[in-house]
Design a protein around this ligand. Structure first.
Ligand code: C5P
Length: 415
């Protein structure tokens, strides 16, 4: 189901050149299931017409607080009363200043002052205007008043300069809004997540790793954040950006080897939930060479082609260590395991049998299965969730969507 189904968004447009992107924004909001009611400042009319916005949203556009189309002549009350959120994109420096002072001299500002719903502002302005102490003061006041600022982004600006002040792209704004509306199912919970591959050194320049991209673990971190959790993400080597702060808080630790990941996890066990998503290498090389191993072993031809013989040792099983502790915590008590452990199984065949067997063997309450090669590096995945009640099969979908469903299923176990 689209994330903004049944949501009514009042989309405010103020007078900045980025207003040309508001048409695309309205379209994307509607694609996510939202009803979009557009309100424009007079200055916004210089950049985009109400006709465009009305044609896209199917609803009349309002600009004046004296609009006689509203029965009781109180557009500012009527429009804000029914809204789930007011989103203003673009928000100019002038509008930020007015809102930070509580001024209300046109429809948008009056609407914001009269609202009972959340207000999200998407600033867009020239670099110097954004950096001006007056604008920064406005931004700080607005955040203190509980208003959410989305962006600005950095990049080339319409005025030809490059820097901070660009409006976020419409797709990013919609992503933020979807995150904003996720139910806060993990409010006050601490969530520990491992993600990505590990890297086991052979010598200073070579090593063993695997094809895990970290995308599933990072998606779970984002979904947990959106659900209001305090997230500690322990990531193996991967190039993914830390999920944006939305709802809860996130702290990231980067590690390289399985042993480092094990140590980082064992130091962070004061948590309610543990998602073991990382593809930890099963084996490591206990004594990696201090110098680069040379390809040629000498002048003799046989020696030249001789490949080195590597000695392996088992890596610690991180999930097993945490599960054992959680099971010990439980002994003699009727309370939920702490942390509640969620394991992952990436298999290439017989997924259901192998994942079920892994859940039993590790002594964990829940395991998530996915089929190996298809998921590596992909933005899509197909998951099964196995717990004591049986198997739940989730449809093939983007990893973030699956992560949100998984958070929903797991949060229900904690209550
Ligand atoms: O079969 P395997 O033991 O690899 O099970 C996979 C699950 O175990 C995953 O949740 C993975 O994160 C975890 N695991 C671990 N430490 C290892 C190997 C796997 O935590 N050394």
């Amino acid at each position: 189901m689209p994330s903004l189904t049944d949501k009514k968004i009042v989309l405010g447009i103020s007078g900045g050149i980025a207003a040309y992107k508001s048409a695309e924004l309205a379209r994307l909001l509607m694609q996510e299931g939202a009803t979009v009611q557009v309100v424009m400042s007079n200055a916004a009319h210089q950049f985009i017409t109400p006709v465009t916005m009305q044609a896209l949203t199917g609803l009349p556009v309002f600009s004046s607080q004296w609009d006689a189309r509203v029965d009781n002549n109180m557009a500012h009350i009527e429009l804000s009363r029914s809204a789930d959120a007011i989103l203003i994109a673009p928000t100019t420096a002038d509008l930020m200043a007015k809102l930070s002072l509580g001024l209300a001299d046109d429809l948008i500002t009056t609407l914001c002052l009269a609202r009972t719903c959340p207000l999200l502002l998407v600033p867009a302005m020239n670099l110097q205007m954004w950096q001006h102490p007056a604008t920064q003061r406005s931004a700080q006041r607005l955040v203190k008043d509980g208003i959410t600022l989305l962006g600005p982004a950095t990049g080339i600006q319409a005025c030809g300069e490059t820097g901070l002040g660009r409006m976020l792209e419409p797709a990013e704004i919609v992503e933020h809004l979807c995150a904003f509306f996720q139910p806060k199912l993990l409010q006050g919970k601490r969530v520990l997540i491992t993600a990505g591959p590990t890297f086991e050194a052979i010598d200073p320049v070579r090593g063993m790793t695997n094809r895990s991209s970290g995308k599933m673990g990072f998606a779970i971190a984002q979904a947990a954040l959106e659900a209001g959790a305090q997230v500690h993400l322990i990531a193996g080597p991967c190039s993914l950006a830390t999920p944006l702060q939305s709802g809860g808080q996130i702290y990231r630790t980067d590690v390289t080897s399985g042993q480092e990941m094990h140590a980082a996890v064992m130091n962070s066990l004061d948590c309610d939930l543990f998602f073991s998503v990382a593809a930890v290498a099963d084996w490591t090389i206990p004594n990696p060479a201090k110098e680069k191993i040379k390809r040629s072993g000498g002048t003799n031809a046989a020696k030249k082609s001789a490949a080195p013989l590597l000695q392996f040792a088992a890596n610690p099983d991180i999930l097993q260590s945490v599960a054992d502790l959680a099971n010990m915590n439980k002994v003699g008590r009727q309370k939920t395991l702490r942390p509640y452990c969620v394991g992952f199984a990436a298999e290439t065949a017989q997924l259901e049998d192998q994942a079920s067997e892994k859940r039993r063997r590790k002594g964990i309450p829940l395991i998530v299965g996915n089929l190996g090669p298809a998921t590596f590096g992909s933005d899509l995945n197909q998951l099964i969730i196995i717990d004591e009640h049986g198997i739940q099969r989730l449809p093939r979908a983007p990893k973030l969507e699956l992560a949100r469903l998984l958070i929903k299923a797991v949060a229900a176990k904690l209550v």
